[in-house]
Design a protein around this ligand. Structure first.
Ligand SMILES: [Zn+2]
Length: 297
């Protein structure tokens, strides 16, 4: 069984937000055309496309991340259409005035499960009181969780459109999650890409906080930042600190026609085998942990 804990939902709303920044009209069609991608159609068509894609690859369930603040409704409609297949994540900008109301609405009325923070992108530190209020709003909803992007951050689509990415990478320190995770011991905190270059800090925070998990998604090309790092070495380190129950397999799939990134799955399977991870532990990482975390209530 495979469940993918990191897929983006590049909805018409996502392209509209990018088009507004880039000065492109008719963005849901024009932006993908400019990128050499397929237009998403409407939210329902895109949701159905993802289900067909997951079926083609034997993937049972996947997260869908609303990848700009304010796009919660698109993922909510995809989840409502295919509740057995999708878990809804959404990006939140803590500097937005209505952020608490948006988060509360997303995890209650809209049925989304995970609020995603990008401190480097939104220039709001994790010890900011605005973040505390948002995390409290998520923690009040049983079954909800928090996702915090740490380490290196680059948004490929912004680069391709020539949009500036004035990120403050110093704000993406996983150690800053520990204060929040200790304050909310029953709330899961997911750190994508093993901390995206901050593996050591992610392991330190996770060692102190049993409610911190990692996802394994993307090509993890950050391993080139330190001498001698390999993907199987990363899996070994994560196994020794987190054990098999706090790792969530993910690909970071996003657009069509590329679709679901089987190559990422294959390379992680190889890395896990090389790391000596047993078949039963691999099945937790590849799907079991996802189902435990995101049981369909
Ligand atoms: Zn991603």
């Amino acid at each position: 069984m495979i469940n993918d804990a990191h897929c983006h939902f590049f909805s018409p709303g996502f392209f509209t937000a990018l088009g507004r920044e880039a000065g492109i009209d008719d963005a849901p069609r024009a932006v993908p055309a400019k990128l050499g991608w397929e237009a998403p159609g409407d939210d329902a068509a895109l949701a159905d496309r993802w289900v067909a894609e997951l079926d083609r690859h034997g993937v049972s369930r996947a997260t869908l991340i609303a990848s700009v603040p304010g796009d919660e409704a698109s993922v909510a409609s995809a989840v409502a259409r295919h509740p057995a297949r999708f878990v809804g994540f959404f990006m939140v900008d803590p500097s937005a005035e209505e952020a608490v109301a948006r988060v509360t609405n997303a995890v209650t009325t809209l049925g989304l499960r995970v609020a995603c923070f990008f401190p480097a992108m939104h220039h709001v530190a994790l010890d900011d009181p605005r973040v505390d209020r948002l995390v409290e709003a998520v923690a009040a909803q049983p079954g909800a969780a928090v996702f915090v992007h740490c380490g290196v951050l680059s948004v490929g689509v912004r680069k391709k459109l020539g949009l500036p990415s004035r990120f403050d990478l110093s704000l993406g320190d996983p150690l800053a999650i520990s204060r929040l995770a200790l304050a909310h011991p029953r709330l899961p905190f997911i750190v994508p890409h093993f901390g995206a270059g901050m593996l050591r800090e992610t392991m330190m925070a996770a060692d102190a906080c049993p409610n911190i998990l990692v996802d394994t998604s993307s090509s993890n090309s950050w391993i080139r930042y330190a001498p001698g790092w390999t993907l199987n070495g990363v899996f070994k380190t994560a196994m020794s600190v987190l054990g098999p129950s706090r790792m969530l397999f993910g690909t970071d799939s996003s657009f069509f026609p590329r679709g679901w990134q089987r190559g990422i799955y294959e390379s992680q399977k190889t890395a896990m085998r090389e790391a000596g991870i047993s078949e039963s532990d691999q099945s937790l990482i590849l799907g079991g942990n996802f189902d435990r975390l995101f049981s369909n209530q």
